[in-house]
Design a protein around this ligand. Structure first.
Ligand code: SAH
Length: 365
């Protein structure tokens, strides 16, 4: 297999370059392109044309290759289907927002968690992603924003600026791949200068992993995928709840936010279920559950993100009506719980949670 130059150390890259008969300074030039996420050698404009062709024969620049790129109709969301060196496919999403450019990255190829509403876990876990493979997702988005320009584009260009925020909310459970994910966050901060407060890690509630984050000690944002206020209901939709009970998850999350002085983010997908008459019944989205959720979160410094469920064909849930969503939110607000309804981004390009990857794999088989 061709070497992936992004994965080489500086010493290894220099050796590779000099073994090709090139002067050492070419290594530094290549490194700079790789750090910007250059997807191919043809983009590396300060290398002689024959060197670019030769490099293309001998090596691969990045650990990911874009196989598909989808743009939402409003232009704000770009979704990438990426291929890894071993043929595995992963997804990442770039979201251009009023507060900056946010990238959602995957931490694993597939997922072992088995959440009943989610597309990412349908085919199980293939493997953990390396720190470089997670980093390369961000650099793919960065390249999309900046292209081969070293500097930002003119003001007013929707692609102006850099990646400013990163959410680890793509496919996979980051706290089943904690060391590589921590390595990734360190690199975000060190290589791209992204502040800890602009990084959000979302977990289904792996309690020891949350304590690992506390030990690590960086003030990132923590999001807990809660989705139900009782163990009984949560265990029905999230098998991990049989291992780590909700109160233990929330206690660990509290410990995290106390050491870091951060507001805890709670994610709550609103799910309905079709009954025999084809009517949508509220599943975890009833007023009763809204009250139970408010009880559970009373006194906590948290923000509840209500997420309308993105339909997944293989899953027999349904999205509750807009009215039901607002009723649920109103109860939380009346009970003094901070809450907002997550804006859906890029639903027209299947930007929900592993759907692009799933469809790609299904179409092949
Ligand atoms: N494993 C981590 C991160 C990946 S999931 C976690 O569980 O948090 C990121 C978020 O997307 C989670 O809150 C997850 O529950 C949610 N999600 C999964 N499938 C979804 C769907 N079909 N519609 C809306 N949100 C979904």
């Amino acid at each position: 297999m061709k070497p992936i130059l992004y994965n080489l150390t500086d010493t290894e890259l220099t050796k590779f370059v000099t073994d090709m008969g090139l002067p050492r300074f070419r290594a530094a030039q290549i490194r700079e392109w790789l750090a910007r996420g250059a997807p191919d050698f043809a983009s590396m404009k300060n290398l002689p044309a024959d060197v670019r062709v030769k490099l293309d024969d001998m090596a691969t620049p990045m650990p990911v290759r874009v196989v598909q790129k989808l743009q939402s109709a409003d232009g704000a969301t770009t979704k990438f289907l990426l291929e890894l060196a071993d043929g595995n496919k992963i997804e990442c999403v770039l979201m251009r927002t009023t507060y900056g450019n946010s990238v959602c990255v995957s931490s694993q190829a597939g997922c072992a968690m088995g959440c009943r509403f989610c597309a990412s876990t349908l085919l199980g876990l293939q493997r953990n992603l390396t720190t470089n493979e997670i980093m390369a997702q961000v650099l793919t988005a960065q390249w999309e924003l900046r292209g081969d320009r070293g500097t930002s584009r003119p003001n007013g260009d929707p692609n102006n600026g850099d990646v400013s925020h990163v959410v680890i909310m793509g496919t996979g459970e980051p706290l089943q791949n904690t060391q590589n994910v921590i390595g990734f966050m360190e690199r975000l901060n060190h290589d791209l200068g992204i502040g800890w407060r602009r990084i959000t890690l979302s977990t289904c509630g792996i309690v020891p992993g949350i304590y690992n984050l506390i030990q690590w000690g960086r003030p990132i944002n923590l999001a807990i995928s809660m989705h139900a206020p009782t163990d009984e209901l949560r265990s029905q939709i999230m098998p991990i709840n049989n291992k780590y009970k909700l109160d233990d998850v929330l206690a660990a999350a509290d410990a995290f936010t106390h050491t870091n002085n951060r507001q805890l983010m709670i994610e709550y997908i609103l799910l309905g279920k079709k009954n025999a008459n084809g009517e949508i019944e509220l599943y975890n989205a009833s007023p009763e559950y809204a009250n139970l959720l408010a009880d559970k979160l009373a006194g906590k410094n948290c923000m509840v993100n209500l997420i309308p469920w993105n339909a997944v064909d293989e899953r027999d849930f349904a999205s509750p009506s807009g009215n039901a969503v607002h009723r649920f939110q109103d109860i939380l607000i009346k009970r003094g719980v901070h809450t907002r309804i997550r804006r859906e981004r890029g639903t027209d390009i299947g930007s929900a949670c592993g759907q692009l990857r799933l469809n790609n794999i299904k179409n092949k088989s």
